[in-house]
Structure formats: structure tokens, C-alpha cells
Design a protein around this ligand. Structure first.
Ligand SMILES: Nc1ncnc2c1ncn2[C@@H]1O[C@H](COP(=O)(O)OP(=O)(O)OP(=O)(O)O)[C@@H](O)[C@H]1O
Ligand SMILES: [Mg+2]
Length: 351
């Protein structure tokens, strides 16, 4: 069953519109975004909204298999191609004929196979391993990656011609921390999906203070991490425990206990170094992935942005939302403060 793409943020709505448009065209699509943002969900929705939904959606994870196995999985093999090849076996390109081939984690595709894929896409035909015969196949190719393919091209680790073949349409989903408006509807959705699975769950959905904390958390593992957090809450029936155990535990450490709603400036925010790291870096990434996704400059910007946002929100609150007083306290111009309020989307409390 297709998972619906839940969310009301501007970027999610734009992606939904793009899915509707692209699904009728069957132009090759490259889906990009950090791990866990929902690239797989987009691929499913493209398929189920297309004219090819009565045929197969065939998925292959290019990162999960060693090169030789990946090749035989994609293109199949002929009887006798290697010692254990006792019969002909079709590959994914053939199985997906008239349907959709989803090349997941395409950034991990070895260079040698990239040429063979390009050839298959350009000519609509390919040869299985150990065979001279060419097989015709008409597939709609959707690819996904959390890597920066342009950077890989510059490093000569990804073929530019294949990139342009795949990236006719790019669908990019920003990380969850950049579309916080999606969080309440995702929380609702994951509760409803898991109700039957966790009948012991009692208290259920978060109150508004907890929801605010969930929206403020940076979710380095994106929607997948939010989904697992909801499941954990449903099992343990305790938001306190779940929030405390979130990597970085930013929520538990950052504010005073619920009730007075004030942040205490006198109390230093103490976080263990490894918690600071997991706040800004997905620590489960391999060094290869880190090479693609991390730079000190980016992290510095993210970290200083988050500190600025918190300080501005705190001072505005202290100044009773008197913006010119807040600007004077912060020693910045009134115009600069307005710009930052807008940039960081700092909102006055709803009365
Ligand atoms: N907008 C959404 N609405 C509903 N469920 C979502 C949404 N986004 C993600 N999910 C769920 O979150 C989980 C992670 O999503 P998905 O596997 O599509 O991410 P991904 O970007 O492909 O991650 P990876 O890069 O690790 O492969 C899945 O269980 C998926 O069903
Ligand atoms: Mg995926």
C-alpha cells in the first residue's frame, strides 16, 4: 500500500504538486534529500499516481549489494554465465518492463555499472551477464540519493551524462527541521497508523507544550526518527522519557521544567560534547557519507543560527515583545532584528 505524503508545509505541498505533474509525464526523476526525509514515500507516490501503476514497481538498493551481485540483479544472467548459473534469470530491468524501476541510493552505484545503466536507458535495451542477446525494456526510472551528485561528478565518482539522464526532473525534500509545520500532522498520522499495533498506548497524542518541543527539535534522522519516537512513546506511555532520550536531549536540557514557561538565563545550558555533536551531525553516517554531507562551515552556520534564534526569542520575551527595546539590548539595529525575526520565524506567544 502506498504511504501518503503527509504534511502541510510549503515545501511538502510543492512536492505533492510536482508528483501529480510528473507522474503523468513519466520523465525520469531524481529524488534528493537527507536520510529519512521521505524519498521512498515520494517514489511510491509517483508510481501509484502514474499510468504505470497497474504494472510493477521494482526497487533496487544500489548501496546494499557488492558490484558483481548488483550487476546480475539489475541485468540478469544467462545459464552458464558463472558456476552457479544453472538457468537464465531475469534482472530488475526486465522485470520492471512497462513499469517503474526505482534505483535507490544511486550515489553508491559503481562507475562501471553506471556506464551499463546509461546504455540501457539510452537504447532501451541491454544484455544479461554471459549473453550476447539484447533484451528490450521500457522502464520509467526513478532514482534517489542523499548524496551530492554534483560534487561526486566533480570528483569523477559519478558520470555526468548519467546524472543528466536521471535528473530530468529533480524532486528535493528539505530536512524536517526546515519544515517544522509538517510535524503536528506527521505526529497525528503516526499515532493513527500505530494504534492497533500498540494497544497498550494510553495517553496518546502530545499536549501543546510537548508538541512545541517536538517542533523545536532538529530531528537529525528526519521523519524516520520522528516515526520511531512516536512508536517509543506508544510503548512506554511517557513523553518525559522519550524527550529525555532524544539524541542531544536538547529539549530536556534547554528549558526549565514545565509550568513557569521561562527559560532561565542564569542556569548555563550544559550538554555533553557527544550530545552537541549528535545535535548537528547524524552520527550513524559512515565516513564516506560524512565526506559528502558535512563541512565545518555548514555546521558553524547551523549552530550559530540556532543559538541566535534562541537568544532572540528569549530577549523578545523578556522585553515583552517590545522590538525596539529588544534590538537595543541585543545591540543590533531595529531593521536587523526584524529581518532576523522573519528569517528565524520567531513568533510571539498566542494569547
Ligand atoms: N511525509 C511523510 N508522510 C508519511 N510518512 C512519511 C513521510 N516521510 C517519511 N515517512 C515515513 O518515514 C520513514 C522514512 O521515510 P523514507 O524511507 O521514505 O525516507 P528516505 O528519504 O528514503 O530515507 P533513506 O535516505 O534513509 O533511504 C518511512 O517509514 C516513511 O513511511
Ligand atoms: Mg530510502
Amino acid at each position: 500500500m502506498t504511504t501518503p505524503l503527509i504534511g502541510i508545509s510549503k515545501s511538502t505541498i510543492e512536492v505533492k504538486e510536482l508528483i501529480r505533474h510528473v507522474a503523468s509525464s513519466c520523465l525520469n526523476v531524481l529524488i534528493t534529500g537527507e536520510t529519512g526525509v521521505g524519498k521512498g514515500v515520494i517514489a511510491q507516490n509517483l508510481y501509484s499516481n502514474s499510468m504505470r501503476s497497474s504494472k510493477k514497481l521494482v526497487t533496487i538498493n544500489c548501496a546494499a549489494l557488492p558490484e558483481t551481485l548488483l550487476e546480475s540483479e539489475l541485468f540478469g544472467y544467462a545459464k552458464g554465465a558463472f558456476t552457479d548459473a544453472h538457468r537464465n534469470r531475469p534482472g530488475k530491468f526486465q522485470t520492471a518492463d512497462k513499469g517503474v524501476l526505482f534505483l535507490d541510493e544511486i550515489g553508491d552505484m559503481p562507475m562501471t555499472l553506471q556506464s551499463k545503466i546509461l546504455h540501457a536507458l539510452q537504447n532501451g535495451k541491454f544484455s544479461p551477464l554471459g549473453s550476447d542477446k539484447e533484451i528490450q525494456s521500457d522502464v520509467w526510472v526513478i532514482a534517489a540519493t542523499n548524496q551530492n551528485l554534483e560534487k561526486k561528478i566533480a570528483e569523477r565518482k559519478f558520470r555526468e551524462d548519467l546524472f543528466y539522464r536521471l535528473n530530468i526532473i529533480n524532486i528535493h525534500l528539505p530536512p524536517l527541521r526546515k519544515r517544522q509545520e509538517d510535524i503536528p500532522s506527521l505526529v497525528d498520522y503516526f499515532y493513527d497508523c500505530n494504534k492497533m499495533k500498540y494497544p497498550q498506548s494510553q495517553s496518546g497524542k502530545p499536549d501543546s507544550a510537548t508538541l512545541t518541543k517536538l517542533c523545536d527539535y532538529p530531528w537529525p534522522g528526519n521523519v524516520r526518527q520522528l516515526q520511531n519516537t512516536i512508536k517509543k512513546q506508544m510503548v512506554f506511555n511517557s513523553w518525559e522519557k522519550v524527550l529525555e532520550e532524544l539524541p542531544g536531549a536538547v529539549l530536556a536540557n534547554r528549558t526549565e521544567p514545565e509550568g513557569n514557561g521561562q527559560t532561565n538565563p542564569a542556569k548555563p545550558v550544559t550538554r555533553e560534547p557527544n550530545k552537541i555533536i549528535s545535535e548537528f551531525i547524524d552520527t550513524s553516517m559512515t565516513p564516506d557519507r560524512m565526506l559528502e554531507n558535512i563541512s565545518l562551515k555548514k555546521i558553524k552556520k547551523l549552530a550559530s543560527g540556532r543559538v541566535e534564534k534562541e537568544v532572540i526569542a528569549f530577549i523578545l520575551k523578556k522585553a515583552g515583545w517590545n522590538r525596539s527595546l529588544a534590538a537595543k539590548i541585543l545591540k543590533i539595529s531595529y531593521k536587523a532584528l526584524l529581518y532576523k525575526i522573519n528569517e528565524f520565524e520567531v513568533h510571539p506567544p498566542i494569547k
